[in-house]
Ligand binder design. Structure first.
Ligand SMILES: Nc1nc2c(ncn2[C@@H]2O[C@H](COP(=O)(O)OP(=O)(O)OP(=O)(O)O)[C@@H](O)[C@H]2O)c(=O)[nH]1
Ligand SMILES: [Mg+2]
Length: 634
């Protein structure tokens, strides 16, 4: 028999990047008293990962819970950056409603559209939270109108269109029913959730079924499967089955293992606590299994009662990189995990929880193909691995092409929205125009600011983010959203300069660097160990040159006029991980170790490399485009 659980509400918080989701979670947990007394709580408390705190963005979706007026509200915080869209997709099946947060100053942005569309497709109830109403010059009324237009354009049901609205400043901790009205406490948001988010429907008679939406590894408890119990009940010590759907829909699902649930955990603020019992409608973590993958179902042990949920459907990746073992001369000096076996294990482990990522073996046992949603998605994975002690080499990211049945080649496009100071719009339009972008609209965005909307091939945007900052003197903010596949636009302008390649292994000296810096920008300073085939810096001309940065000044007894001039070195340009990824060309690699990022040629030996280049030249323009990618070097 189905009934409603009035004591529970399950909601996700979704929005464009930086619109204040995690800050809103802070505010709600605080007002509901979900933190322990005296607990030291950071700002954006749920962003607990090191990389999340350093970059100030949410990377993985996380559940938390609070109690308000005897109702347990489970809240799932999600990332807003487009590259982590897969994180939003995998958790929306846990909830019945979403708090759609929109910045009152910026209005709906590309990722607002993406996440709203996903929520609408799943039939979730929408609650609009217009945030940052404390900002001077914001326009809450227009934000509501624009959001309504957005929702209406997305095939929403009547019920979804009739969304309640709350205005708030999550940071200043107040909320309003009407932007021109008096500020109230943030409990207004909690009241709205209790009133408008549907109570979970549960079927008392059905057997246990929980769809695993998130997995977590705890060094004491092992794997934790986090998800919402859809039907049935579970308590610690119950024996249950872990079932996984097959790729082939017609094939029967596999029972991966039968295990005893060692722990059933609930959430409260930043903590987890043991539950004696949980039932349909609850979002919980279950421990006790040996292996786990997002999308698995935890269900009844009895085969005739087992249920299984379909494979998680998420949008496919658009970008590919090759990860390979570090075979440079410095391999193993700075990292702990360097073998291809370790690398392979780590990558395939990642796929279990990172649902938008695909990893496959290649012809070479030392190299793996890794596909993701964008530079940041892949960059965060590389950075995480470096911090865990891995050493690896990665190739330049490329977009994934598709070929239609008619034979036509297609490439991915992004819809791009750029806000910048008005004087720089010309430069931005010109640059993106040369990258085959199409200008769709240009608007005023407050005093002295403009908003540009463009459609640009994804390939042209690799590495563009940092260029935008330079071109707009730091005033440019870019948001992108995957806009589907379209016609392939042909080869694109590649790096306009060559590089300086190190001649032989050694240590760099100021004496030689001072001369080499006249030929281009250097990435390496003095007293640094370098190796043959490593990239020292750029070369102003379009060809690569081999240079020797390891020559030391010869000291003699004779003082020669002019030889004692002071040498001044410009500080080397230090590339951040994603900048380095975008900088390298097709025949180059980025060596990432826990301590260093080095750029290198794929073929380190100068003779081998020359032979390879000659071979490539002979194959020449005839280089087939059948891979879909060969002609592109971004
Ligand atoms: N003025 C103002 N700033 C806010 C408010 N809420 C959040 N912010 C600021 O906006 C920035 C982003 O806040 P977050 O809470 O990290 O935003 P988010 O939506 O979780 O971001 P992602 O998870 O990376 O998508 C932070 O600098 C906050 O301090 C608000 O109500 N008013
Ligand atoms: Mg966040």
């Amino acid at each position: 028999m189905t009934s409603h659980r009035n004591d529970v509400r399950n909601v996700a918080i979704i929005a464009h990047v930086d619109h204040g989701k995690t800050t809103l979670v802070d505010a709600l947990l605080q007002i509901a008293g979900a933190f322990r007394r005296g607990e030291v709580v950071n700002e954006r408390a749920l962003d607990s990962g090191d990389l999340e705190r350093e970059r100030g963005i949410t990377i993985t979706s996380k559940p938390t819970a609070l109690t308000h007026k005897d109702v347990r509200i489970h809240i799932v915080d999600t990332p807003g950056h487009a590259d982590f869209g897969g994180e939003v997709e995998r958790v929306l099946n846990m909830v019945d409603a979403v708090l759609l947060v929109v910045d009152a100053w910026e209005g709906p942005m590309p990722q607002t559209r993406f996440v709203t569309q996903k929520a609408i497709e799943l039939g979730l109830k929408l609650i609009l939270v217009v945030n940052k109403i404390d900002r001077v010059g914001c326009n809450p009324h227009k934000t509501v109108d624009d959001t309504f237009d957005l929702v209406a354009s997305l095939d929403a049901s009547e019920q979804q269109l009739d969304f309640p609205v709350v205005f708030c400043s999550a940071r200043e901790r107040y909320a309003k029913r009407d932007p021109d009205g008096e500020p109230e406490s943030m409990t207004l948001v909690l009241d709205t959730i209790v009133e408008h988010a549907p109570a979970p429907t549960v079927d008392d008679s059905a057997a246990l079924a929980m769809w695993v939406s998130t997995l977590h590894y705890d060094s004491f408890l092992g794997y934790l499967a986090i998800g919402r119990i859809r039907s049935g009940k579970i308590s610690p010590a119950t024996r249950v089955a872990l079932v996984r759907p097959e790729q082939d829909v017609a094939a029967p699902p596999t029972c991966v293992e039968v295990f005893r649930a060692t722990k059933v955990l609930g959430f409260q603020g930043l903590r987890r606590f043991e539950l004696g019992h949980a039932e349909a409608g609850d979002i919980v973590a279950i421990a006790g299994m040996e292996t786990l993958q997002v999308g698995d179902t935890i269900t009844s042990e009895a085969p005739e009662l087992r249920r299984v949920f379909p494979r998680l459907a998420v949008d496919p990746p658009t970008m590919v990189m090759h990860f390979r073992v570090n075979d440079g001369p410095f391999a193993g000096k700075e990292g702990t995990w360097i073998t291809s076996r370790k690398l392979r294990e780590r990558l395939f482990r990642e796929v279990r929880s990172n649902v938008a990522l695909r990893v496959s073996d290649t012809e070479s046992a030392d190299e793996f193909e890794v596909c993701g949603r964008g530079e940041l998605h892949l960059g965060v994975l590389i950075e995480t691995m470096r911090r865990e002690g891995y050493e690896l080499c990665v190739s330049r990211p490329r977009v994934i092409f598709e070929r239609l049945a008619s034979g036509e080649l297609q490439e991915p496009y992004e819809r791009v929205v750029i806000h910048c100071d008005t004087p720089y719009t010309g430069a931005v339009i010109q640059e993106l125009g040369s990258r085959m972008g199409e200008l769709l609209a240009i608007d005023d965005a407050g005093p002295g600011r403009s908003k540009l909307e463009l459609r640009v091939p994804t390939r042209a945007l690799i590495g563009y983010r940092s260029e935008l900052l330079t071109a707009t003197r730091g005033t440019g903010v870019m948001a992108t959203l995957f806009d589907g596949y379209g016609s392939y636009l042909g080869p694109m302008r590649s790096r306009s300069h060559g590089v300086q390649i190190v001649l032989e292994d050694g240590e760099t000296f100021t004496y030689s660097l001072a001369r080499l810096q006249e030929r281009g920008e250097l990435f390496v300073g003095p007293q640094i160990n370098v190796y043959a085939g490593m990239i020292l810096g750029t070369h102003v001309r379009d060809n690569d040159i081999i240079v020797n940065p390891c020559i030391q000044k010869k000291f003699t007894n004779v003082r020669a006029a002019g030889s004692d001039e002071k040498l001044f070195l410009t500080p080397p340009r230090v590339l951040a991980l994603e900048q380095a990824m975008a900088f390298i060309a097709d025949d180059e690699l980025l060596e990432a170790t826990p301590k260093s990022l080095r750029l290198r040629k794929r073929w380190l030996d100068h003779n081998v490399r020359k032979r390879f280049e000659k071979h490539q030249k002979l194959a020449g323009e005839g280089r087939s485009e059948s891979t879909g990618e060969a002609a592109d070097s971004g």
